[in-house]
Design a protein around this ligand. Structure first.
Ligand code: GDP
Ligand code: MG
Length: 447
């Protein structure tokens, strides 16, 4: 009999995982997490018993007269909603306060908040959830449409960046994961530090970028090279939310990268994991168990408590976002580390995002090019080819490229040279423009 995961069914029915799990419990169906599977028959019973989809919104054909209909994009904050309504954010916050909710303007406007605002300001919100679902449907449709055109999309491993405030345990978490989840003696390889670690959990791969912190992330984003699929936001349970926690979550949000919160140092007696949940809720990251949609996992990077569950949740989020890539198209990806090795020459670690990179390919980044002489993975193995979500060290670049540069494969060395020349000329032009611009600014500053 076919099976369906709880979160998949929840998505289909327009319910939160929490609500669906409650319904299942009421029906006496035993499920542990939203990752659990139930059989198709049970799913159908639930679907039928619900009748109409359980959304609190009115169907669009019974819109009341005089109501302002406002489209709210997913993840909008209270102040975003205020702007959409044409009111001051402060007035929205005041209205919420009067309704007994102390919610900062920067918090994400969830259904409850929208309900209050719609009452007070006589507006109807087209829900974020349904907008998101529509988007996902559209995406699925366009993917289906693309298939006949030769798109060969295949599931790929998630690429994860660990972020958080200094001393909250980013390095410890990465170390723990590397030590316990990367099999060192496999295929005669010894773990090599190449800038990314690939681990296997439940037979599935997860790629961790070894450099924690938001700098690498920001510099990549600034270049438009988004390599991270999921951010693990580490917050120490004793310390709570700190300035760099907020910075990190803002970066992730701005890039639209999903966040899984790892509440670390849970082994400490002074740990207050619920305070972390409370504090992050004020920044719009509302825990699933409180009716929001952010996954929180209590962990200890010291004892290893909760790490398995954290990895499971990373895979769950990866599933929900249906990460896919086409291994058959022209290869492209991002440089994540590069250095000059005395013996080997320029060495660059890249992550392949699309296509399959092969030894002998001619690669061009934004500042360098070369012919791939060898590819070595994080277990010291020589690879002949590297598909999507594979991190490999490449030998063969003529110069050392910078982290964050994107690369692609071209047909000939001549093409590579022409492309690099063009990029360099464009850069020069852009630089001279900024220079002039800055001089003017300085002038104005002095006037
Ligand atoms: P980073 O600056 O975020 O990379 O933090 P580190 O991984 O360097 O950790 C900072 C300090 O916290 C170190 O002394 C770690 O040993 C300690 N630490 C990290 N994780 C845990 C944990 O889960 N429990 C306890 N008790 N200490 C931890
Ligand atoms: Mg560190």
């Amino acid at each position: 009999m076919s099976k369906i995961r709880v979160y998949e069914l929840a998505k289909m029915l327009g319910l939160s995982n929490k609500d669906l799990m409650q319904i299942l419990e009421d029906l006496g169906v035993d499920v542990k997490t939203h990752m659990s599977s139930i059989d198709a028959e049970t799913a159908q019973i639930i679907e039928e018993s619900l009748g109409e989809p359980k959304t609190k919104d009115k169907p669009s054909d019974v819109k009341e007269k005089g109501k302002k209909v406002v489209n709210v994009p997913p993840g909008s904050s209270v102040s975003d909603v205020a702007n959409l309504l044409g009111i001051k954010p402060a007035d929205a916050v005041k209205a919420l306060l009067e309704a007994g909710k102390m919610i900062p303007a920067g918090a994400t406007a969830n259904r409850e908040i929208l309900d209050i605002l719609s009452e007070v300001f006589n507006a109807e919100f087209v829900v974020a959830d349904s907008a998101q679902e529509e988007q996902e449907k559209d995406k699925a449709k366009s993917q289906q449409r693309k298939k006949p055109e030769g798109k060969n999309l295949q599931p790929r491993a998630p690429i994860v960046t660990v972020m958080g405030h200094v001393d909250h345990g980013k390095t410890s978490l990465l170390d723990y994961v590397r030590k316990t989840k990367v099999t060192e003696r496999e295929a005669g390889g010894i773990t090599q530090h190449i800038g990314a670690s690939t681990l296997e959990y439940n037979g599935r791969k997860i790629v961790f970028l070894d450099t924690p912190g938001h700098e690498a992330f920001t510099s990549m984003r600034a270049r438009g090279a988004q390599v991270t699929d999921i951010v693990i936001l580490v917050v120490a349970a004793d310390d709570g939310v700190m300035p760099q926690t907020v910075e990190a979550l803002n970066h992730a949000k701005a890039s639209g990268v999903p966040i899984v919160v790892a509440v670390n140092k849970i082994d400490k007696p002074e740990a207050r994991p619920d305070r972390v949940r409370q504090q992050l809720s004020e920044h719009g990251l509302i825990p699933e168990e409180w009716g929001g949609d952010t996954i929180f996992v209590d962990i200890s990077a010291k004892t290893g408590v909760g790490i398995d569950q954290l990895l499971e949740m990373v895979l769950l989020v990866a599933d929900m976002h249906e990460l896919k890539a086409d291994p058959t198209v022209d290869p492209r990806g991002v440089i994540i580390e590069a250095k000059l090795d005395r013996g080997k020459g320029p060495v660059a670690t890249v992550i392949v995002q699309e296509g399959t990179l092969r030894v002998g390919n001619i690669v061009v980044s934004e500042s360098s090019w070369g012919k791939v002489r060898a590819m070595i993975d994080d277990r010291g193995r020589n690879l002949k080819e590297a598909g999507p979500s594979t991190a490999v060290e490449i030998l063969g670049f003529n110069d050392v490229p910078s982290p964050g540069e994107t690369f692609k494969v071209v047909g000939s060395e001549k093409e590579a040279r022409t492309l690099i020349d063009k990029i360099k000329q464009e850069e020069k032009l852009a630089a001279s423009k900024t220079e002039r611009h800055m001089t003017l600014e300085e002038l104005y500053g002095k006037m």
